[in-house]
Design a protein around this ligand. Structure first.
Ligand code: 5RP
Length: 230
C-alpha cells in the first residue's frame, strides 16, 4: 500500500509544469507528492511559492526546497493552477470524504482555488458509497456541546470529539473536530445542507463535485479516473 501511495505521488508530480501555481494537500500520500515535487525542483523545475494546506505540509515543503506562500497576507495568491491532495474515501462519482488528518478546512479552500484538483489515493480508498469513514466536521470550540447536539439532531448520529493523547485535537485553525459516523451516505447533498445549517460548523469533509481527476495506485499501476461531469 505504501508503494501504491508513492507511485501515485510520483505520477502526480509529473503533472506539474514550470511556473504552475500549486496547492499542496495533507496526509501521507500528499507528503510523498511534496517530496517527489521537491526532487523535480532540485532538478531545475521553477515554481512560484505554493500554498500548503497544513502546517505539517508547509514544514515538509520547506524541507523539500519548495517556497510557500503566506496565506494570511492580503496579497496572498487567490487562484491556483493545480491542487493535489489525498482522500479518505472516493466514490464512483469522484465525490470524497476528507479530513482524516484534520486539515479539511484549508484543504477545501485550496481545492476550491484551483483550476484543476487532482486526488491521489491507493486502491483502499475507493468505495461504492461514502460514509464508512466517519465524516470529520470542523467546529469552533465555543459551544461545542450545543453544536454537537444540533448535528446529532439533524443527522441522527452521535458525533465524537476527536482527541489526541486524551486531549481534544486542535486544528491548525484553532478549532475542534467532531467525527460523525454516518454509515452509508444516501444523499450527500442533504448531509452538506444539514451541516451548513448548524451555527458553529466551520466546514465538513464532504468534497462534492470538486475532484477533476483521481489517480489510484493499485498493484504496481496507476489508474486515472476522470470526473463523469467533464
Ligand atoms: C487530511 C486528509 C488526507 O488527505 C486524508 O486523510 C488521506 O490521508 P493519507 O494520504 O495519509 O491516507 O484529508 O485531512
Amino acid at each position: 500500500m505504501g508503494e501504491d501511495k508513492r507511485r501515485v505521488a510520483e505520477a502526480a508530480a509529473l503533472l506539474v509544469e514550470p511556473g504552475m501555481r500549486l496547492g499542496l494537500g495533507s496526509g501521507s500520500t500528499a507528503l510523498l507528492f511534496v517530496e517527489a515535487l521537491g526532487r523535480r525542483v532540485a532538478d531545475g523545475l521553477a515554481l512560484p511559492a505554493a500554498v500548503a494546506t497544513s502546517r505539517a505540509t508547509e514544514e515538509a515543503a520547506r524541507r523539500a526546497g519548495l517556497a510557500i506562500a503566506d496565506m494570511a497576507h492580503e496579497a496572498a495568491p487567490t487562484a491556483l493552477d493545480l491542487a493535489v491532495d489525498g482522500a479518505d474515501e472516493v466514490d464512483p462519482a469522484l465525490d470524497l470524504v476528507k479530513g482524516g488528518g484534520a486539515c479539511l478546512l484549508r484543504e477545501k479552500i485550496v481545492a476550491a482555488m484551483a483550476t484543476r484538483f487532482v486526488v491521489i489515493v491507493d486502491g483502499s480508498k475507493r468505495v461504492a458509497r461514502l460514509g464508512a469513514f466517519p465524516l470529520p466536521v470542523e467546529v469552533v470550540p465555543f459551544a461545542v456541546a450545543a453544536t454537537r447536539e444540533a448535528i446529532a439532531a439533524r443527522l441522527g448520529v452521535r458525533p465524537t470529539l476527536r482527541r489526541v493523547d486524551g486531549a481534544p485535537l486542535l486544528t491548525d485553525n484553532g478549532n475542534l473536530i467532531l467525527d460523525c459516523p454516518l454509515g452509508a451516505i444516501d444523499d450527500a447533498q442533504r448531509v452538506d445542507a444539514a451541516l451548513r445549517a448548524v451555527p458553529g460548523v466551520v466546514e465538513h469533509g464532504l468534497f462534492l463535485a470538486m475532484a477533476d481527476d483521481v489517480l489510484v495506485g493499485t498493484r504496481g499501476d496507476v489508474e486515472r479516473l476522470t470526473a463523469p461531469r467533464q
